[in-house]
Design a protein around this ligand. Structure first.
Ligand SMILES: [Zn+2]
Length: 278
C-alpha cells in the first residue's frame, strides 16, 4: 500500500504529516540480530500486515514508523501500491539473493504474475536475456511485451527442452521461481551448469523431489528468497520513478468495490494487479 501520513506517534521525529510513503508490509521488529544488520526479511519477530493485523483495504492504517519508505516525487500512489509487494519481492530475489551478470540468461516462471512481470523487467534492466513461461496466450503475449524474448507454454511437456533450445542447448543461468511443486523439479531441466534457481513460493507444492546427482555434478544452486527489506523497496520505487519498472494494472477499484476485485482474483480472471483506492 501507499499513502500520506495523517498522524505520528509522540516519539516519531523522522517524518511529518503529509509525507508520501510506502510500507514495508512485512513488519520487522527492528531489534533482533537480523534486523540489526539490515536483513529485515530474516526478522525473528515479523508480523505480516494484512494477514496477522489489519491491512490496506481501509482508509487508514497504523504501522510502526520504521516500516515506512519515502515515495519518490511524482510517483503516484497507484503505481507505488502495485509494486511495493510483488515488485520488491522480485527486486530482493534478483539483486540481493542472486546477482545477474549482463548477458546472463534468466528464465522467469509465470511472467504475467506480480513477481514474474517485475522480474522480467528487472532482469532486462540488469542486462540479462529473458525467457518466460505463461499458461495462456494472453499471458505469454504480456511477458513478451514486458521484455522477454521468448515465452513458452508450461502445459506442453516439452517446455524445458524448448528453453534449452532457445539458449543454444546450454540452459539458463538463473531461474526466478515462485510456484513450487513439479515446476520446481522441471526448472532444473532448463538450468545451465553453475546455474542458480532462486525461489520465493510453494503454492503448487512444498515437497518437490531434487535429483541430487545432476545437481552437484553441475554445481548448481537452489536459493531461497523471502519478502524484502526497506532498501529493496526503495530500489523498486526508484526504478519505477525512472520508468524502468512499470506495474501491470488489471483494474483500479474503489474501496466499496474491493469484494469484486477479490472475487476476480479467486476466479483467476485477472491479468496484473487489482488496486483499491480508498
Ligand atoms: Zn527483527
Amino acid at each position: 500500500m501507499a499513502g500520506e501520513i495523517l498522524r505520528l506517534g509522540a516519539e516519531v521525529t523522522a517524518w511529518r504529516p503529509g509525507d508520501r510513503v510506502a510500507i514495508q508490509s512485512n513488519l520487522f521488529c527492528g531489534a533482533c540480530e537480523f534486523c540489526a544488520r539490515g536483513e529485515e526479511s530474516l526478522c525473528l519477530a515479523a508480523t505480516l500486515l494484512g494477514v496477522q493485523c489489519d491491512g490496506g483495504l481501509a482508509e487508514q492504517v497504523v504501522v510502526p514508523a520504521r516500516s515506512l519508505v519515502q515515495l519518490p516525487d511524482d510517483l503516484d500512489f497507484t503505481t507505488s501500491a502495485a509494486l511495493t509487494l510483488a515488485g520488491s519481492t522480485a527486486m530482493h530475489m534478483l539483486t540481493r539473493r542472486v546477482s545477474v551478470p549482463a548477458g546472463a540468461w534468466v528464465l522467469v516462471i509465470g511472467g504475467a504474475s506480480g513477481v514474474g512481470s517485475a522480474a522480467i523487467q528487472i532482469a532486462r534492466g540488469l542486462g540479462a536475456r529473458v525467457v518466460s513461461t505463461g499458461s495462456t496466450a494472453a499471458k505469454r503475449a504480456l511477458a513478451l511485451r514486458l521484455g522477454a524474448e521468448a515465452a513458452v507454454d508450461t502445459a506442453d511437456p516439452a517446455w524445458p527442452a524448448q528453453v534449452r533450445q532457445l539458449t543454444g542447448k546450454r540452459g539458463v543461468d538463473i531461474v526466478v521461481e515462485h510456484v513450487g511443486g513439479l515446476l520446481l523439479e522441471q526448472v532444473f531441466h532448463c538450468l545451465a551448469r553453475g546455474g542458480t534457481v532462486v525461489t520465493c513460493g510453494a503454492t503448487a507444492g512444498r515437497e518437490p523431489t531434487l535429483q541430487l546427482w545432476p545437481f552437484f555434478v553441475k554445481e548448481q544452486r537452489l536459493v531461497g528468497s523471502y519478502s524484502r527489506t526497506r532498501k529493496d523497496l526503495e530500489t523498486t520505487l526508484a526504478w519505477a520513478k525512472e520508468g524502468r519498472l512499470r506495474p501491470v494494472l488489471d483494474r483500479v477499484l474503489s474501496l466499496a468495490d474491493a469484494p469484486a476485485g477479490l472475487a476476480a482474483l479467486r476466479a483467476r480472471t485477472v491479468l496484473g494487479k487489482v488496486v483499491v483506492t480508498p
